[in-house]
Design a protein around this ligand. Structure first.
Ligand code: HEM
Length: 521
């Protein structure tokens, strides 16, 4: 990005004087001399502006080369209007217009990759491209957050964090997820009983569930209830600050400012939680959350001599997990509910599987061992996120000229955006790509299983989602417990099948559901 801007500032001084020269030759009466001066300046300024605009177009066309995309870019703002209110229809049009396409927003030259081949190439070429997130993310997350590390330092830092997602750790989290989900389902059921005619809007309800699950999984009871509520209430400010383009300075009143205030609140409590976990573990507590698992690992003699994490470091990591998970998990779970409610046959199969493994003992805690015996449930969760991938694209930036194909090199400083939707809807890999067919994951011979690299829901390469197993599990638990105990009906509206993009994807009507206690066995 820096280079794009610098090309402009260097060239800005080139045109100017010659375009205004003829004006000096026109004799003017003295009383008009000042007016003449003003006219001269007007013409000169106009000439400079025109030259700059022409230069802008030339640079865009030079960078674009033969790639599909607009022949001319809208001066200065480019496709800014589209990025302000992105739509799936707009994105699909862009993805369908070529495996690599070009556009420009505020003179940031962007190459959108829509095929599996090019998307994976970007994600797996750390020497050429690195994640760049949206501009506001650095202000919100803080520039020294580990998620902005790249190369070897990133690999090493991340290796330490992989311990937080071992099977043993996931087993601990499973109990927490089960517990919190049950509390929410009971609350939803109580509301439904109080007024059975009134559907519940799932959008915010699921976000609340996810936030509490995440905070309790990550921090256990080190976060007091009132703090959890405060973090949850303020977190929406962070979500809405993640638009592709935002006012760059975190001035009072801006979305980014409000997001920074929300982060400060969350970081305050997360730092305290890290401190309290260290204290409790030193006193011999058994781990019951991610922080505890982490503290135990750090105290392990086998760990000695490796990287130390102070309270703030730990809080920053937990905050990055919260940041990475809250919107994506909410999107995945909301569509999980919508898909189940819209497919009674799939709902029935999941219920049959859950019943056969858990023998109808709904009150008994759900365990990771039981989850292991539920291939259909897992296939449904995987398929649901294939049909509507929560994260459809991740912005990367080029560090040097990136020869992405045999006949095109992305210039340095461009944004390259691997997009996952087309790959996840490739009819050669997923016949009837728009249909929800969990069975495709259960047949080892199916093209879906023959091409696992097409499943880009969690990315690929060195930055592939670290929470992959945890996320799948979390969504599966919520759906399984709901199916086990409740019937639900989707109240379909004209907007149910339309997608709104708020960082991740959501049904435009927020998903309206009527819950009832389970009727059939
Ligand atoms: C349905 C839920 C989720 C989806 C669809 C999802 C998807 C993604 C995607 C597409 C990426 C970028 C991958 C790339 O650049 O190749 C990513 C990165 C990441 N995700 Fe997730 N994610 C989910 C949940 C989670 C959860 C629950 C956590 C943490 C507990 C998490 C933590 C992260 C982190 C830390 C990164 C950055 C990894 C790095 O840079 O090394 N995600 N995720």
């Amino acid at each position: 990005m820096a280079n794009v801007h610098s090309e402009y500032s260097v060239s800005a001084s080139i045109p100017s004087s010659t375009a205004g020269a003829p004006l000096y030759n026109i004799p003017l009466p003295s009383f008009l001399a000042n007016v003449g001066g003003a006219v001269t300046w007007t013409y000169t300024t106009a000439a400079i502006i025109l030259a700059l605009l022409a230069l802008e177009q030339s640079v865009y066309r030079y960078k674009k080369g033969h790639l599909p995309g607009d022949t001319w870019t809208i001066p200065i703002i480019g496709k800014f209007a589209d990025s302000l209110k992105p739509t799936m229809e707009g994105y699909k049009k862009q993805w369908d217009s070529g495996a690599l396409t070009a556009l420009s927003v505020f003179n940031i030259f962007i190459v959108m990759a829509s095929s599996n081949e090019y998307s994976r190439k970007i994600l797996n070429s750390p020497n050429h491209a690195e994640p760049c997130l949206v501009q506001s993310a650095k202000t919100v997350l803080q520039a020294d957050n580990w998620v902005f590390l790249t190369g070897k330092v990133h690999v090493e830092y991340r290796r330490g964090l992989n311990h937080l997602f071992t099977r043993k750790a996931l087993g601990t989290y499973f109990t927490v997820m089960d517990n919190i989900t049950r509390q929410y389902l009971s609350e939803w059921m109580a509301n439904a009983k109080a007024d059975p005619t009134k559907p519940m809007t799932m959008m915010m309800a699921v976000r609340d569930l996810n936030m509490e699950t995440s905070l309790r999984v990550f921090c256990g009871n080190y976060i007091p209830d009132h703090a959890m509520k405060e973090i949850n209430k303020k977190y929406w400010a962070i979500t809405v600050a993640l638009e592709l383009v935002n006012f760059p300075l975190a001035l009072p009143g801006t979305k980014v400012y409000r997001a920074v205030q929300a982060r400060k609140v969350a970081m305050h409590w997360l730092t305290l939680a890290a401190h309290d976990s260290k204290k409790a573990m030193a006193e011999g507590k058994e781990p019951d959350c991610m922080l505890d698992e982490w503290v135990r690992l750090l105290a392990d003699p086998a760990y000695k001599g490796r990287r130390e994490f102070n309270d703030r470091d730990m809080a920053m990591v937990v905050f990055s997990f919260l940041f990475a998970s809250q919107d994506a998990m909410s999107s995945g779970l909301i569509y999980g509910f919508q898909h189940l409610a819209d497919h009674p046959d799939i709902f029935a199969k999941i219920r049959a599987e859950v019943d056969s493994v858990r023998h109808g003992q709904h009150e008994k805690p759900f365990t990771i061992e039981e989850y292991d015996q539920m291939p259909y449930l897992k296939a449904m969760v995987k398929e649901s996120m294939r049909v509507v991938p929560p994260v459809t694209m991740v912005p990367y930036t080029t560090k040097k000229p990136f020869p992405i194909s045999s006949d095109y090199t992305v210039p340095t400083g461009s944004m390259v955006i691997p997009s996952f939707y087309n790959s996840l809807h490739d009819p050669n890999v997923y016949p009837e790509p728009d249909k929800l067919i969990p069975e495709r994951w259960l047949d080892p011979e199916s093209p879906a299983n023959a091409n696992p690299q097409n499943y880009l829901v969690f990315g690929s390469g060195p930055h592939k989602c670290i929470g992959y197993d945890y996320a799948m599990m979390n969504i599966a638990i919520a759906l399984a417990l709901a199916v086990e105990s409740m019937d639900f009906e989707h109240v379909v509206t004209p907007k149910s099948s339309l997608i709104q993009i708020i960082a991740t994807l959501f049904p435009q009507d927020g998903l309206l559901v009527k819950f009832k206690p389970r009727a059939s066995s």
